[in-house]
Design a protein around this ligand. Sequence first.
Ligand code: KIV
Length: 289
Amino acid sequence: MAYLKPDKPEKVYVPALRAAKEKGEKLVCLTAYDYPTARIVDEAGVELILVGDSMGNVIHGYGNTIPVTLDEILSATKAVKRGANRALIVADMPYGSYHTGDNKAVRNALKLMKDGGAEAVKLEGGRNRARLVKRLVDEEIPVMAHVGLTPQSVHKLGGYRVQGKTAEAAQILIEDAKTLEDAGAFAIVLELVPREIAEIVTGELKISTVGIGAGSGCDVQVLVLHDLIGFTFGRQPRFVRQYANVSQVITDAITHWMEDVRSGNYPSEQESYGLPEEVDLKTLKSIVS
Ligand code: KIV
């Protein structure tokens, strides 16, 4: 049997995370939801790309992740797959896509892998998802788990707050993380948890922790790209460090272009097309008039 179409030698696969953790190397993950950002993020050198349901907040303007559909994630995953050569592509399972039975969840995850080109899926929840994680892993679907603040539970939690702040809540969180590791997850997102708890979880687990708002002790750091580059609206959570102001760059470009159009400075002759020399304009005008 010939193994055709090999990936790039440096392509990141799931086992790379375990290897990096063992060597104490930090990895990075960013979100992407379309072809151009996937290309930029991949070529910049991140190891993981998450096609996150945060698209509900940052590109669809839903205000939360609840309305995001499997089709929206699928379409975004396809575009990201076309743009990324090296990074491991993880597709988020949106709310409702893994809540109505394990068989349905497997079918939806397979869709993201087979049709979308995802190389792993992510889903939210603690011990209540352990059986499903095991089933998915048994079906050859790598799973990234997600505990702490789980945005799909926003209504149950009553807002976006730091999780695991009491000794009891921290203990539950640590046990959940271990249970998900035992179920076969290859990594686990820790979102909005105290850094001390994230450090304990990272130390206790063999799989990688992927931190967002969980301090510097996690094995992998993840951020929403739009937050990092300043392409969002409103107040950002304290863990976001904004490295650029893309909204301002876009506004400046549009403002400049509008000024040029209104003053007759755009388009110039070089930015438009003339008739070929052999066409006599006078004759043409006499025909049309
Ligand atoms: O959807 C997303 O972008 C996420 C990250 C915040 C981890 O789940």
